[in-house]
Ligand binder design. Structure first.
Ligand SMILES: C[S@@+](CC[C@H](N)C(=O)[O-])C[C@H]1O[C@@H](n2cnc3c(N)ncnc32)[C@H](O)[C@@H]1O
Length: 248
């Protein structure tokens, strides 16, 4: 069973409505990747996972994990000894993620339902936090970024991958891009996510793709925040949602 964390805000109703439909049609969601990433979904998703700067055995949280499209790339980085926690607000998107986890027989993945802005999974617990196409679609994304920072251990990395409007000659396409994605994904193309990550973390490194319409922004949690860290093992509340070997 997924655990419910956090509370609901007003705009979360839109998230629920939009992603109920996508979560019920995960193959359609997977197909739209081709268009969204202009055919470079593997390259860009893998770049986002590499920007986590983790090694085998790491504990990674994916915020707004959706149907689990990034899980294979995170697994490449952390291996079977690592731990991957996926959080999403939409039960339907999580349902699709759960099927993927079962199909791939991953025993190191735990799924949680909740609002990223109310994330409460233990301070300093994770080696890295990933968010792909989530920060541009969620209400209260700056609060979510702060929560991501809080759950990271000092020295751990946040990797945010998202889309933005074209600039230069391709900006002619922007009205079409807006009409296609704003109503169907809840995308807010006017957020300056790179700036927001920089403000919350104090610095940011950016890699750009697809004529600047995609970016991976990575930021490291400063070591100086170490006094807020709780060292220790994975909290029981998380571990308990991972099925024992042989059960899925
Ligand atoms: C465009 S999808 C991206 C899914 C996945 N990260 C990917 O790369 O395919 C946006 C996701 O953000 C989730 N989401 C939106 N607001 C959220 C919130 N406040 N807390 C957690 N998840 C949220 C939606 O339910 C949806 O699954």
């Amino acid at each position: 069973m997924d655990r419910e964390v956090g509370t609901r805000g007003s705009a979360l109703g839109d998230v629920e409505r939009i992603y109920r439909a996508w979560g019920r049609h995960p193959h359609l969601y997977a197909a739209q990747d081709l268009l969204t990433f202009l055919g470079r979904h593997r390259t860009i998703r893998r770049a986002a996972a590499r920007a986590l700067h983790v090694t085998r055995g790491a504990r990674v949280l994916e915020v707004a994990c959706g149907t689990g499209r990034n899980f294979p790339y995170v697994q490449e980085q952390i291996g079977a000894d690592g731990r991957l926690v996926g959080l999403d607000y939409s039960h339907e998107m999580l349902g699709a993620a759960r099927s993927l986890v079962a199909d791939r027989r991953w025993r190191n993945v735990c799924l949680l339902a909740g609002d990223a802005a109310e994330l409460d999974v233990g301070s300093g617990h994770f080696d890295a936090v990933l968010c792909v196409l989530g920060m541009s679609a969620m209400p209260r994304h700056v609060a979510a970024l702060r929560r991501c920072r809080d759950v990271l251990r000092p020295g751990g990395y946040l990797s945010v991958c998202d889309a933005q409007l074209f600039s230069g000659r391709l900006s002619k396409l922007n009205p079409l891009v807006r009409d296609l994605y704003v109503p169907t994904t809840g995308w807010d193309p006017h957020r300056d996510l790179v700036r927001d990550v920089e403000q919350v973390f104090g610095s940011v490194q950016v890699e750009r793709f697809n004529a600047g319409s995609f970016f991976v922004a990575s930021a490291q949690k400063r070591e100086v925040e170490s006094d807020r860290v709780q060292q220790g093992v994975m909290p029981q509340t998380l571990d308990s949602t991972i099925p024992p070997d042989g059960q899925q």
